[in-house]
Design a protein around this ligand. Structure first.
Ligand code: NAP
Length: 300
């Protein structure tokens, strides 16, 4: 699909794209850029890139596709630094978990003749860095493209083919809608997980060792999400403020209803709600987005 693909940011997502792109032969050369010398050295050791460098301008020169895989808050500075080195006709994309902010940060710096197709692969783990990536990360996961209304359709289709080659299913939507959907499916769940783990850590009458010892009761499933990268998630909340606040408002209303049902002993209300939520999980499993093994397939 491409002669030269440049990945900026060699973390979980960037290194997974680089590995998958090589495995699927979607680019002749895969160049990896990271601002950290140690990360660049590690990328060279791991051997999944044709070239690795800390020099963004050098890394993007002559590339047909440049994908920003840095935390959302770093996109503006990367765009600013690389703008004069981009070749005419190049495609710039990203993988940020928030889309409106990335569009606002990057678009002003893209020269005439460079195409921009923002993207978000909805796939990940709680690990970060170049060692955390793996080529099958995007298999059967959705990648959302949020091109502007006047984007070149042939270029959007090329990006669709790119993500399909990496194993993804692809959907397009408006950036603003993406941010609202992801606020409820990803951002608020992370905030709830961070919050519940912090609450448990701050308890006085229940000790931390009790929280850890008895975590199999449900708590440990929140700790996986709450172990996610602090820089990445700080940026998500700073850059998707409005949508997250809207969904948090809904969440707070609904938790008040549940609180009241518990206080007044309304068992029917609790039972009805828990029945509804169970069917949502069954739906996720039937759509291939989760395993149906009990307890996530943990070994007994
Ligand atoms: P990560 O593992 O922490 O990797 C980010 C990499 O980018 C780090 O090596 C970081 O180096 C480097 N970096 C930061 N600023 C840079 C700059 N200005 N120039 C060059 N390199 C820079 O993060 P990740 O999980 O791959 O996330 C990357 C992006 O993917 C984020 O925008 C996130 O929203 C999105 N995303 C993540 C997931 C997920 O589950 N993790 C899923 C979908 C999308 P330093 O460590 O030295 O800062």
């Amino acid at each position: 699909l491409f002669e030269r693909l440049t990945i900026v940011g060699a973390g979980l997502i960037g290194s997974s794209i680089a590995r998958a792109a090589r495995q699927q032969n979607v680019a002749t050369a895969v160049i990896v850029v990271d601002n950290d010398d140690k990360v660049v050295d590690r990328v060279k050791e791991l051997g999944f890139a044709s070239q690795a460098t800390t020099d963004i301008k050098d890394g993007v020169t002559d590339s047909d596709l440049v994908i920003l895989c840095v935390p959302v808050g770093a996109c503006k500075s990367v765009a600013k630094t690389m703008k004069n080195a981009l070749k005419r006709g190049a495609i710039v994309s990203d993988v940020g978990s928030v889309k409106c902010s990335v569009v606002e940060q990057v678009s002003p710096y893209l020269p005439e003749g460079v195409h921009f197709v923002p993207a978000h692969p909805v796939a990940g783990t709680e690990h970060s860095g170049p060692d955390a990536g793996f080529p099958s990360l995007f298999n059967n996961r959705w990648c959302i493209l949020t091109p502007s209304a006047d984007a070149n359709q042939a270029i959007v289709e090329k990006m669709r083919s790119f993500w399909e080659a990496l194993g993804s299913n692809v959907e397009t939507m408006e950036a603003q809608h993406h941010d609202l959907v992801l606020a409820i499916t990803s951002h608020v769940p992370h905030l709830i997980a961070y919050n519940i783990v912090a609450t448990a850590a701050d308890l006085e009458k229940v000790t931390q060792s009790e929280v850890i010892k008895f975590s199999a009761g449900g708590f440990r499933d929140f700790t996986r999400i709450a172990a996610s990268d602090p820089t990445m998630w700080r940026d998500v909340f700073l850059h998707n403020k409005e949508a997250v606040l809207e969904m948090l408002g809904r969440f707070n209303e609904d938790i008040s209803v549940l609180t009241r049902a518990i206080r007044v002993g309304d068992g029917d209300a609790l039972f009805d709600l828990f029945t509804r939520t169970r069917s949502i999980r069954r739906n996720i499993i039937s759509h291939g987005q989760e395993t149906d093994e009990p307890d996530f397939g943990r070994k007994r």
